[in-house]
Design a protein around this ligand. Structure first.
Ligand code: FPP
Ligand code: MG
Length: 469
């Protein structure tokens, strides 16, 4: 029997987004008030959608250097894959088509109250732990990525910088390693494409060279991700990360920031050594996106203003772009066809959006022990993520004022939790994640030949949505 996919089940309810312009700033001392007001206005200016800081409106260039590498569903593949301009003066930003992408996934079908349950695309073999399990199949490629980064890629003769940069790559006790989802994706995709190459007349040394580059790409991806976490934990004043003290708690703010910079610098050197300018541009774009995402998040946490479209846009920048562009880069290193490069990008993008939605849902469900960081961190930071935004559609009268207060008044957090419970906000967030997971699955199944590696990518997308930590 044909079951409707999650994408078809999602309803018009998703189309309603909320916005409020309430702002409240306060400060005890006049000098603090002045400083805070300057900082706030600069930050707000920088984080507006049409801010000249990002120059999105002004630079409608001919060159598809839009920070999204031309990835609109409708664009001509050949055109957007030739992302690298020969013109050194070509502007970097142009208006991006993100809105269409996200709203497309939330405006189809009708919500009928069923719980999610991901439907595997036709032709994909069911999960078998010894055949197509993503973590089993990627184990040989990914297992010693942390050791390689810690021992070979980031070593320095400065003892403190050395310890700080290797903090999350210390594999002796296995702590701090993280889920390594990004390297797993890159390597599974690389292997799936390699199987396709093996039908071609590609020599074994060539295949090995490609795989070596893709493995280095996986390491670079993890280094960029870790650098961003070092900085993020300083910005968020976080105490813990992956069940241990955050890097800045262990080494101090200055060293944690410098260690993040150092990781980024090392990642850039290894990126250049891949000798592929398209890949360099893709991965540099993700670094810009990480910064954009963080700026948007700081703005949200200051103003309490949030709407679904802005939230999804921010999620793309802070999480999905790195996955999308790493997958795309793996395909570029493979000299894959434009269709495969495009599918790789879409796979990473949709897994990334699903991943962040689930992260935001788990913040309401998990415990400090299961998450490795405190639960309800987003509400406590004044952030309205998807469960709150869904609840605000039906409970806006009480919830929107609490959002604008950044949940700072007594009882605001309990009020938000009650609204989310009544509006089924967490389940709806998971359903939206399932929609994106299914879109990711469609992307790889449509472009890659059947193989256990291709199927493991499908199961990985499903796992991202089903996870509990
Ligand atoms: C985690 O978000 C943060 C990110 C995914 C991106 C952080 C990006 C920056 C700090 C910009 C600088 C980037 C580089 C590459 C140095 P979160 O706070 O919502 O999640 P958490 O609960 O895991 O902390
Ligand atoms: Mg954080």
């Amino acid at each position: 029997m044909n079951r409707p996919t999650n994408r078809n089940r999602l309803g018009e309810a998703y189309q309603n987004s909320i916005a409020t312009s309430s702002r409240c700033y306060s400060s005890a001392l006049p000098i603090d008030a002045i400083k805070s007001s300057i900082k706030s206005s600069l930050l707000e200016q920088a984080s507006k959608k049409d801010s000249p800081f990002w120059d999105e409106e002004r630079t409608n260039s001919q060159t598809p250097l839009n920070g999204l590498n031309g990835h609109s569903r409708a664009v001509d593949l050949e055109q957007h894959l030739s992302d690298v301009s020969d013109d050194v003066d070509a502007p970097i930003n142009k208006p991006d088509p993100l809105d269409e992408w996200y709203l497309e996934s939330v405006s189809l079908g009708s919500m009928n109250g069923e719980t999610s349950g991901i439907r595997l695309p036709e032709g994909v073999a069911p999960l078998d732990p010894h055949v197509n399990d993503p973590f089993f199949l990627s184990h040989a490629d990914v297992n010693d990525i942390s050791a390689t980064i810690g021992n070979d890629l980031v070593g320095t003769d400065h003892p403190v910088l050395n310890s700080a940069a290797r903090y999350f790559f210390n594999t002796e006790d296995g702590k701090g390693k993280g889920k390594q989802v990004r390297p797993v994706m890159v390597m599974l995709l690389s292997r799936a494409m390699m199987q396709m190459n093996s039908h071609l007349e590609t020599s074994t040394p060539q295949l090995n060279h490609t795989l070596k580059s893709q493995r280095r790409l996986a390491e670079i991806t993890e280094m960029i991700h870790t650098a961003s976490l070092f900085h993020d934990d300083v910005i968020d004043d976080a105490d813990t990360r992956r069940g241990q003290p955050a890097a800045h708690r262990a080494f101090g703010n200055k060293m944690a920031i410098l260690a993040g910079d150092y990781l980024l610098a090392r990642a850039s050197i290894y990126l250049a050594r891949l000798r592929n300018v398209d890949v360099v541009e893709c991965m540099s774009t993700t670094i810009e996106h990480l910064v954009r995402g963080e700026v948007l998040q700081i703005k949200d946490s200051r103003t309490g203003v949030a709407d679904m479209e802005g939230y999804l846009r921010k999620n793309f920048y802070k999480t999905a772009s790195l996955m999308a562009n790493s997958c795309k880069s793996a395909a570029l290193l493979n000299h894959a066809t434009p269709e495969v490069v495009d599918a790789a990008y879409r796979y990473g993008k949709h897994v990334g959006v699903a991943f962040q939605l689930i992260d935001d849902a788990l913040d309401f469900e998990g415990s400090a022990a299961s998450l490795g960081k405190p639960a309800l961190a987003d509400l406590n930071a004044g952030l309205s993520t998807a469960p709150v935004l869904f609840a605000a559609e039906s409970h806006g009268d009480v919830l929107i004022p609490a959002m604008a207060r950044k949940f700072k008044e007594a009882g605001d957090i309990d009020l938000a939790l009650q609204c989310i419970l009544e509006a089924d906000g967490v389940r709806r967030t998971k359903e939206l994640a399932a929609v994106h997971a299914e879109m990711a699955m469609e992307a790889v199944v449509g472009a890659l030949e059947p193989s256990p590696f291709r199927d493991s990518l499908v199961h990985l997308a499903s796992r991202v949505v089903d996870r509990s930590r």
